[in-house]
Ligand binder design. Sequence first.
Ligand code: ARG
Length: 277
Amino acid sequence: MKKHLKTIFAFAMAATMMFAAVGCGSPSEPASDEQNVQSTEGESEGEDGTEAEAPTESGDTLVMATNAEFPPYEFYEGGDVVGIDVEIARAVAESMGKELHVEDMAFDSIIPALLSGKADIGAAGMTVTEDRKASVDFTDTYVKASQVIIVKADNTEITGADSVEGKVIGVQLGTTGDLYASDVTDTVERYNKGFEAVQALSQGKIDAVIIDDQVAKALAADNADVKVLDEPFTEEEYAIAVKKDNTELVEQINAALTELKESGKLQEIVDKYITAE
Ligand code: ARG
């Protein structure tokens, strides 16, 4: 199973890096749906031969790439992107004397945005994986998470990892849920938003959804037709991603994260969005 996942991820990463090298505006690219990009002001940079602008460390803003379809970590409240990751990133930026700027984009555009210098940090409930480490560096982890299965509330057939094998499984494109689902079935339905997968489930179009635990809870809370199975499918950890070899930035973020953990501020942020059961 591990082997299979690795192969897929290595392939995905290679593809990602190729697109990043070609430039994000390439018309023939398949996966990344740039329609979801909230702010596209960086799109044409570099086209006239000028250097792609590095929004980064020298400036007084820290640009965070995220995919705001992931409550409680990042989601829209009115016109603003809020959530655990946003608050953590803002606190990190503050400790660096910078202002946080959030760029919402497709999840699979986040790593390319880091590689091209469009963003300084990727904060998106992003699971640390060996394969991602091949293209980006990760800070210390700040949250433990797991993938879980969501099924229809009246489903008695799918009760855990074993019984989901071979089923029609919905996932958010390019996530670890996508990889794990691909490992247990040939019929994976990929959605741009986890919310769309849950909607398809409640409409009976698919059998199950595999997605991160807290997100599953948040999405299921709004939908009486579905239930989250208790048994975790995988254990994971989230960290902030940065462009490779940016040691100084990683160190600054780690120092800020340590401080946030020690002061209890990180837990405070988590508790604000996740009520303990
Ligand atoms: N933890 C999963 C991953 O790293 C899902 C993250 C999705 N995040 C998001 N903001 N949509 O693949």
